[in-house]
Ligand binder design. Structure first.
Ligand code: PNW
Length: 496
C-alpha cells in the first residue's frame, strides 16, 4: 500500500558519506594563470563563442582557483564528509604529456587538498571531467586515438605520485558515455566532432585508459597509499513508454547503450561490451557495407585487463527518459537517440521541469536505476557522485531544488533499505552555480549562488544549502524543515 512507504522515515546508515561536487573547468577560472595550458573548452569558447548559449566561457568562472580558503570554509559549514572536485589535466601537464610538469598546478591542488584535510573533509578526485588538453586534441586526435590511453596513464602516474599520499578516493573519467557520444559523435560538447564511429572509438580508448590507470595504481601505489579507484558513469533511467514488449526492449537497449557500454566491460562477470551493442552495431555496419563493425573489438587480453578494474562504481543520476522503437513515427526524435540502438527516448513533457530541457523531476526512476545496477552487476558498491537540478536566475528560496533533493534522496533511501542496494555515499551537484558547458551561466545547479557580475564572485547560500546541511546533520529527510529567513516550500505534488 502506497502510503506505507510514504510515511516511513528512513535514516541514512551510520557509515553513509555526504559530499558536494564540482568540476575544474566549471569553477576554477584562472584559465591561463600559473603556466596552465589550453584545454578543449578554452579553445572552443575562445575560437567559437557562439557555441555557448550566452557566449560566455570559463576564463574566470567561480574563480575557485583563488578561493581555496573561502570555499573550504563553506564546505566545512555544510558539514560534508567529502568534496568531489576534478583536476585540470592542462594545469598539471600543459601539453598533456609529461615533458613538463607545471609546478603551480601541483602547488594549487596540494593547497586545496591540505586545506580540505585540515578541515576534516576528504578530497574525492576526478582525474578527467571533459577538459582535455588542446594539444592532445589537435596533434593526436583526442580520444579517437588509442595512444591517449598511454598519455592518460602517464598523467594518472603524476597524480598518484604527487597527491596519492593524501588522496584516497580517485575516479578516472567523469561520464565516459557523454565524453564520447556527446563529444565525438554529437555536437553537444567539445571537441564537437561528429563521426559515426567517433563515439565508439573514443569509448574504446577510455576503457583501456581507465584500466591502465587502475592497474598502475595496483602495481606501484596501492600497497603504500591504500586508496581506491573508480569510474563515474551517468545513468539516465530509460523507461519503456508503454508496457509493450517493443518498448520494454527499447528501454533495455537504451540502458545498455548508455550505461552498459562502460559498466559491462568493467563490472560484469563476462566483461566486454554488452551483447546488444555488439549485435546492433555489427548489423548496422553491414547494412552500410562497411568492412567491419564500427564498434572496435577487444582482444581477450584487453577484456581481462578491463574486467574488474574498479573498486567502486561512481554514479551520476538526474532524470528519466521514455523509450520506444525508432519505427514509431508518432514520436519526435529526442535528445537521447543513438541510431544504432534503434531506440528513441524522450522526456515526459508534462512532468515538473527545470531550466535544462532534458531534466525533469522523476524521482522514482532513481530507485529503479539503482535496482537495475544491483541486478546487472551483482550489487557493486555504488557512490552517487552527482544528483541535482537547475533553475534560472538567482533564486535563493529555491523550492524546486529543495523538493528535488527531498524526493530523490527518499527514493535512494528506499533503494538502500527496502531493496538492499549497496549505496555508500552521495554528492549533490553542485556545490555552487557554475559554468554549465554549452549552456554557459544560464542554468544554475548550485546549493550556493554565485554573483558572476561581481569580480569578487561572492557566494550566497540558497535555501537548499541549509536543507542539505540539515539532512547531513539529522541524517534523515525532514520535509518540514525551513531554515531561518526563508519561506516554507509547498511540498511537491509528485509522488515520493
Ligand atoms: C553532468 N545532457 O553531465 C556533468 O557531469 C556536469 O558537469 C554537469 O554540470 C551536470 O551534468 C549538469 O548538466 C551532463 O545533455 C551533461 O543530457 C549533459 C547532459 C546531462 C548530464
Amino acid at each position: 500500500y502506497e502510503s506505507f512507504s510514504y510515511c516511513k522515515e528512513y535514516t541514512f546508515p551510520n557509515n553513509f558519506k555526504f559530499g558536494v561536487a564540482t568540476a575544474a573547468y566549471q569553477v576554477e577560472g584562472a584559465w591561463n594563470t600559473g603556466g596552465k595550458g589550453e584545454n578543449i573548452w578554452d579553445h572552443m569558447t575562445h575560437t567559437n563563442p557562439s557555441s555557448i548559449l550566452d557566449r560566455s566561457n570559463g576564463d574566470i568562472a567561480c574563480d575557485s582557483y583563488h578561493k581555496i580558503k573561502e570555499d573550504v570554509r563553506l564546505l566545512k559549514n555544510l558539514g560534508v564528509d567529502f568534496y568531489r572536485f576534478s583536476i585540470s589535466w592542462s594545469r598539471i601537464l600543459p601539453s598533456g604529456k609529461t615533458d613538463h610538469i607545471n609546478p603551480d598546478g601541483i602547488r594549487y591542488y596540494n593547497e586545496l587538498i591540505d586545506e580540505l584535510l585540515a578541515n576534516d573533509i576528504k578530497p574525492f578526485v576526478t582525474m578527467h571531467h571533459y577538459d582535455l588538453p588542446q594539444p592532445l586534441q589537435e596533434e593526436e586526435g583526442g580520444f579517437l586515438n588509442l595512444k591517449l590511453a598511454d598519455y592518460f596513464e602517464d598523467y594518472a602516474d603524476v597524480l598518484y605520485k604527487n597527491f596519492g599520499d593524501r588522496v584516497r578516493d580517485w575516479t578516472t573519467f567523469n561520464q565516459p558515455t557523454l565524453i564520447c557520444f556527446l563529444g565525438y559523435s554529437g555536437e553537444f560538447i567539445a571537441p564537437m566532432i561528429t563521426r559515426k564511429d567517433g563515439g565508439y572509438l573514443c569509448g574504446h580508448t577510455l576503457l583501456i585508459a581507465h584500466a591502465k590507470a587502475y592497474h598502475l595504481y595496483n602495481k606501484r601505489y596501492r600497497a603504500s597509499q591504500k586508496g581506491r579507484i573508480g569510474i563515474v558513469q551517468n545513468i539516465f533511467w530509460f523507461e519503456p513508454r508503454t508496457n509493450n514488449i517493443e518498448d520494454l526492449q527499447a528501454a533495455e537497449a537504451a540502458n545498455e547503450f548508455n550505461f552498459g557500454w562502460f559498466a559491462n566491460p568493467i563490472f560484469s562477470k563476462e566483461g566486454d561490451y554488452p551483447q546488444i551493442m555488439k549485435e546492433n552495431i555489427e548489423y548496422a555496419s553491414k547494412q552500410e557495407a562497411l568492412p567491419k563493425s564500427r564498434l572496435p573489438e577487444f582482444t581477450q587480453e584487453e577484456i581481462e585487463l578491463i574486467k574488474g578494474s574498479a573498486d567502486f562504481l561512481g554514479v551520476n543520476h538526474y532524470t528519466t527518459f521514455y523509450c520506444s522503437p525508432v519505427e514509431d513515427k508518432s514520436i519526435e526524435i529526442g535528445l537521447f537517440y543513438i541510431p544504432d540502438m534503434n531506440t528513441n527516448c524522450i522526456v515526459d513533457k508534462t512532468a515538473e521541469g527545470s531550466s535544462s530541457s532534458w531534466l525533469k523531476v522523476k524521482p522514482t526512476g532513481f530507485r529503479k536505476a539503482l535496482n537495475w545496477i544491483k541486478q546487472q552487476y551483482d550489487n557493486p558498491e555504488v557512490i552517487i557522485l552527482e544528483n541535482g537540478i537547475s533553475d534560472a536566475g538567482n533564486l535563493l528560496n529555491d523550492c524546486l531544488r529543495v523538493n528535488y533533493y527531498n524526493l530523490y534522496l527518499t527514493e535512494m533511501l528506499k533503494a538502500i533499505h527496502e531493496d538492499g542496494c549497496n549505496v555508500s555515499g552521495y554528492a549533490a551537484w553542485s556545490f555552487m552555480d557554475n559554468f554549465e558547458w554549452r549552456s554557459g551561466y544560464t542554468q544554475k545547479f548550485g546549493l550556493y549562488s554565485v554573483d558572476f557580475d561581481d569580480p569578487a564572485r561572492p557566494r550566497t547560500p540558497k535555501m537548499s544549502a541549509f536543507v542539505f546541511k540539515n539532512i547531513i546533520r539529522e541524517r534523515k529527510i525532514n520535509w518540514t524543515y525551513t531554515p531561518d529567513g526563508f519561506r516554507p516550500c509547498e511540498r511537491s505534488k509528485i509522488k515520493e
